[in-house]
Design a protein. Structure first.
Length: 59
């Protein structure tokens, strides 16, 4: 059984949604969070869904 923590060592240079080239700041966020590879615009679309899931779990 593999229990070792997995980290993202490389990320694509382009947003998975729109294909825009990511800025160095966006790449840093992707690397720290472990993905997905999204530009700042599309990353904000994902965050509310994660927050809603967390709220559902606490209810």
């Amino acid at each position: 059984m593999d229990l070792e923590e997995h980290t993202l060592e490389a990320a694509g240079e382009r947003c998975e949604e729109c294909g825009a080239k990511l800025t160095p700041e966006e790449l840093k966020v992707v690397m720290e969070s472990g993905g997905p590879t999204l530009c700042a615009i599309h990353a904000t679309d994902v965050l509310p869904l994660e927050e809603e899931a967390a709220e559902d779990e606490t209810a």
